[in-house]
Design a protein around this ligand. Structure first.
Ligand SMILES: *Cc1c(COP(=O)(O)O)cnc(C)c1O
Length: 405
């Protein structure tokens, strides 16, 4: 985009704060001088002459060719997200899953090994077990919370450490400093799925972590409208992922990029509000007689509360809790009854919205994986996951109270 380069917003001061960067970075203006960024809803671009077409195709001139490769709206989103994650480079993808797939295809080959934990997003486990293994990539599951287990799992074939922190839905934390250090010493690439906290609450690249990955569908959009994903990190690694996206096609739609680019402007304000609501609700649930246990990193009772205070700003929006009960039949009945009784909480699996949602992971998000994999992920029948939205706290409490009664 050599031409658009000159029309960028004046560069930001090096010490610009998070919200200033979220609002002012990654802006390209067209000849009309629009204040809000334009949407470049076009599949392809025209050239001034045959020579320019040749130069663009042969990469002798930087510039746009076709929206599977580059699109100004997508580039603006990529630049802004890179700026927020403290990354040199970023590539956007059609969804979070395609970001994970592109990382695997770009960085792994048959014979390589992924070391990861069982506490992963359900579809990520399926991608690893059903597809990556089919192409000769082996997967080793270790405890997310035990850095020594990651160290012990390393073999000459280990290429990638893949982790989510906090994990879904139990909010277990990985020690980014310790695990990142182990990987660096062994020459293993680390990838962190930062979708639960976003760069507003956690910036993995400030630790010895190589790549950050997102389902932008969640809190980056934050309003439940579009699918998107992204991978950010050093240019040398992101380029390998970008080649997959450009060739294989899971590129982000310009429309989605435009929506997500705008969403980033309010990310910090939204995440702080999610955080405050979730913290208050977690404390309230912990004191509730029908609740056996609450999983939330912002609670002093969380086994890794001290680590949470070191590596993230607040607990995030996701709160998981376990109902009191004896066996899985009774627990499932109670969990279903609560979900059926709530009136405000949405009954949906898709977290990362202004609207609060309630999910029964064992029968939904983790329902299609084997019983064994579910046990490995610690998903019991009485476990419920809340993704706390931005409604008034008192209304959320009332809704859960009448549901739990
Ligand atoms: C939703 C989610 C994904 C997948 O993202 P999509 O945009 O739905 O493809 C990956 N990781 C985590 C932690 C998620 O919550």
């Amino acid at each position: 985009m050599a031409k658009q380069e000159s029309k960028r917003e004046p560069s930001l001061p090096a010490d610009a704060g998070f919200s200033t960067r979220a609002i002012r970075s990654g802006t390209h203006r067209s000849e009309y001088g629009e204040h809000s960024e334009a949407l470049f809803l076009t599949s392809s671009f025209v050239f001034e002459d045959a020579q320019q077409a040749a130069d663009r195709f042969q990469n002798k001139e930087l510039g746009v060719v076709y929206s599977r490769f580059t699109n100004p709206s997508v580039q603006m989103f990529e630049e802004r997200l890179a700026c927020l994650e403290g990354a040199e480079d970023c590539v956007a993808t059609a969804s979070g899953m395609s970001a994970i797939l592109a990382v695997c295809l770009g960085l792994l080959k048959a014979g390589d090994q992924i070391v990861t934990s069982g506490s992963l997003f359900g579809a990520t486990i399926q991608l690893f077990d059903n597809f990556m293994q089919k192409f000769g990539v082996s997967v080793r599951y270790v405890s997310l919370t035990d850095p020594a287990a990651w160290q012990a799992a390393i073999t000459p074939q280990t290429k990638l450490f893949y982790l989510e922190t906090p994990s879904n839905p139990l909010t277990e934390l990985a020690d980014l400093q310790a695990i990142g250090q182990i990987a660096r010493q062994a020459g293993v690439i680390t990838v962190v799925d930062n979708c639960f906290l976003t760069p507003a609450l956690q910036q993995p690249l400030a630790f010895p972590i190589d790549l950050v990955l997102h389902s932008a569908t969640k809190y980056i959009d934050g309003q439940g409208r579009v699918l998107g994903g992204a991978v950010a990190g050093p240019k040398a690694l992101v380029d390998q992922v970008r080649q997959v996206v450009r060739t294989c096609g899971p590129s982000m739609s310009p429309f989605n990029a435009w929506v997500l680019h705008k969403s980033l402007e309010t990310l910090s304000v939204r995440m702080r509000a999610h955080n405050a609501n979730a913290q208050a609700l977690a404390e309230w649930l912990q004191a509730h007689p029908a609740v056996a246990k609450v999983h939330y990193p912002g609670l002093a009772s969380h086994p890794q509360h001290a680590l949470a205070q070191r590596q993230q700003c607040g607990g995030g929006a996701v709160v998981a809790f376990e109902l009191k009960g004896t066996d899985s039949v009774e627990l499932t009945e109670k969990a279903f009854a609560l979900i059926d009784r709530v009136q405000l909480f949405s009954r949906t699996g898709n977290l990362g919205d202004t609207r609060s949602i309630i999910t029964h992971p064992a029968s939904t998000t983790h329902g299609r994986i084997s019983e064994e994999a579910r046990a490995r992920a610690g998903i019991g029948a009485g476990l419920l996951r809340l993704a706390v939205g931005l409604e008034d706290l008192v209304d959320l409490q009332k809704d859960l109270e009448q549901g739990l009664r």
